[in-house]
Design a protein around this ligand. Structure first.
Ligand code: ADP
Ligand code: 5GP
Length: 211
C-alpha cells in the first residue's frame, strides 16, 4: 500500500544522493524528521533495526518513558526510564517535542536532542504512538508521517504474545489501543502493511527515499 511518487531524472538523482549519504555518515545532508507509528507489536522495532543496518547514518530518537524496562532494554539506548515526577517536570519545563499517555505510562520525545540532530543535517526517526504523531504534525509540518499496519488483528495479537514481554493485562490494553490507532492510519502520509518483512522493508525504503 506504499504510495510511490512519479519518477524523474532529478528525483532519481536526489534519491541516490540521499541513499548514499545515509550509507556514508560523512556526506552533507539536509536534516529531516520521519515519524514512524503503528500499533504495539506490529513490527516497528524489527523494521527499524533492519533499516538502520542498511543505512547506519539514520538516527533514532531516544524517548523518555515512565514504563518499567523490559528484560534486555538498556537505559539511555532504548529509552530514558524516568519516574512520573521526573516526566511531569519535563512537561512543565517544556522540554518535550510531544508526549502522550499510553497504556498507563507517559512517553515523550526530548525536544532539544531532536532540534540538534536536524540542525546537524541528520535524518531522525521518531518511533511514537498516534497522539504524539498528531502533535508532531502540528509543530513540524515538514515531517514525513508513516503508519505501519498489521495484516490482521489476529496476527497482531499473535506477534505481541510471541514477543513474550508483556503481561496479559498489558496485552489487552495494547490490543484495545491498536483498534483506535489503526482507524487513524489514513491521517498519515504513507501506510505500510507489515505482512512479509522484506516486502514491508522495501516499501519503507521507497517511502523514505522517493519523496
Ligand atoms: P513493535 O516494535 O511494533 O512493538 P516488534 O518489532 O517488537 O514490534 O515485533 C513484535 C513481534 O513481531 C516480534 O516477535 C517480531 O519478531 C515479530 N515480527 C515483526 N515483523 C514481523 C513479520 N513481518 N512477520 C512475522 N513476525 C514479525
Ligand atoms: P513500548 O512500551 O511498546 O515500548 O511502546 C508503547 C508505545 O509507545 C509504542 O506505540 C511506541 O511507538 C510509543 N512511544 C515510544 N516512545 C514514544 C514517545 O516518545 N512519544 C510517544 N507519543 N509515543 C512513544
Amino acid at each position: 500500500m506504499a504510495v510511490s511518487s512519479p519518477s524523474s531524472p532529478d528525483l532519481d538523482q536526489r534519491c541516490r544522493t540521499s541513499r548514499e549519504s545515509l550509507q556514508t555518515p560523512t556526506l552533507a545532508r539536509t536534516g529531516r524528521l520521519i515519524v514512524f507509528t503503528g500499533p504495539s507489536g506490529v513490527g516497528k522495532g524489527t523494521l527499524l533495526r533492519a533499516l538502520r543496518d542498511r543505512y547506519p547514518a539514520l538516527q533514532l530518537s531516544v524517548s523518555a518513558t515512565t514504563r518499567a524496562p523490559r528484560p534486555g532494554e538498556v537505559p539511555g539506548q532504548d529509552y530514558y526510564f524516568v519516574s512520573r515526577e521526573q516526566f511531569e517536570a519535563m512537561i512543565d519545563r517544556n522540554e518535550l517535542l510531544e508526549w502522550a499517555e499510553f497504556a498507563g505510562n507517559y512517553y515523550g520525545t526530548p525536544k532539544e536532542a531532536v532540534l540538534r540532530q536536524i540542525e546537524a543535517g541528520n535524518w531522525l526517526i521518531l518511533e511514537i504512538e498516534l497522539e504524539g504523531a498528531r502533535q508532531v504534525r502540528q509543530s513540524f509540518p515538514t515531517a514525513l508521517l508513516l503508519f505501519v499496519l498489521p495484516p490482521s488483528l489476529g496476527e497482531l495479537e499473535h506477534r505481541i504474545r510471541q514477543r513474550g514481554k508483556d503481561s496479559d493485562e498489558a496485552i489487552e490494553r495494547r490490543l484495545e489501543r491498536a483498534r483506535v490507532e489503526i482507524a487513524a492510519a489514513p491521517e498519515f502520509d504513507i501506510q505500510i502493511v507489515n505482512d512479509d518483512l522484506e516486502t514491508a522493508l522495501a516499501q519503507l525504503e521507497q517511502a523514505i527515499f522517493d519523496r
